[in-house]
Design a protein around this ligand. Structure first.
Ligand code: ADP
Ligand code: TMP
Ligand code: MG
Length: 185
């Protein structure tokens, strides 16, 4: 079974991933949580949510070697969870799909980058999923449900040509609804 948790930043994806993994641990299942080594925002060896919630994680590089490690190590567990799947190459989705034939796999990832372009690995994982949990954050402008992530530089939308990957939190990103998300120029 493959469960994919998707949405913009601050939607509660990591919180939901930890909540689900914890329930399996309570049920006596062997569980492992992976995260990419580039995400050291709040803790280098734990998956960490924006609200301070944390869970021990196995850190792997966000490349083909990391994907291979997840595929191999995952075989020894009943439950395999991966946070921040958008940072891994799309081949991760295929590996998770195969692992999901004989165990529970939970993947959490961003829907869109700051330019409004879909993250390929999250999209591929969603296509393979048995269940997609689509979460919304709260729009920082109007308080309505937010489905998008705005990257801000000095309070203004980051330009289109700024790098796709920039690890950060409330310092450089805001959740926005469709109406208040500004397409970068
Ligand atoms: P994600 O992994 O999707 O970025 P997290 O699980 O890390 O989300 O964090 C969710 C938490 O972020 C919420 O419980 C809330 O405390 C906090 N938060 C901060 N800004 C917002 C926002 N704009 N909308 C919703 N939650 C927010
Ligand atoms: P989060 O979904 O758990 O909040 O984490 C998303 C991470 O992705 C965060 O470190 C910021 C980063 N990110 C990018 O690198 N590029 C982007 O376009 C966006 C929207 C986020
Ligand atoms: Mg998260």
């Amino acid at each position: 079974m493959l469960i994919v948790i998707v949405g913009p930043m601050f939607a509660g994806k990591t919180t939901e991933l930890i909540r689900r993994v914890e329930r399996y641990v309570i049920a006596g299942k062997r569980a492992i949580v992976f995260k990419p080594s580039i995400d050291a925002r709040y803790d280098s060896s734990k998956v960490a949510a924006h609200n301070g919630l944390k869970f021990g994680a196995y850190v792997v590089p966000p490349d083909e070697a990391g994907v291979e490690a997840i595929g191999k190590l995952g075989l020894d567990y009943d439950v395999v969870a991966v946070d921040e799947v958008q940072f891994f190459p799309p081949s991760l989705a295929d590996v998770l799909n195969e692992l999901a034939d004989s165990r529970v796999v939970i993947a959490a990832g961003l829907n869109l980058d700051f330019r409004g372009e879909p993250f390929e690995t999250t999209m591929r994982a969603m296509a393979f999923a048995d269940r997609v949990i689509s979460l919304t954050a709260v729009c920082k402008v109007c308080g309505r449900p937010a489905t998008r992530t705005q990257r801000l530089i000095n309070g203004l939308p980051a330009p289109r040509d700024s790098p796709r990957i920039l690890v950060g939190g409330g310092d450089s990103y805001e959740a926005r609804c469709r109406r208040h998300y500004v397409r970068p120029a």
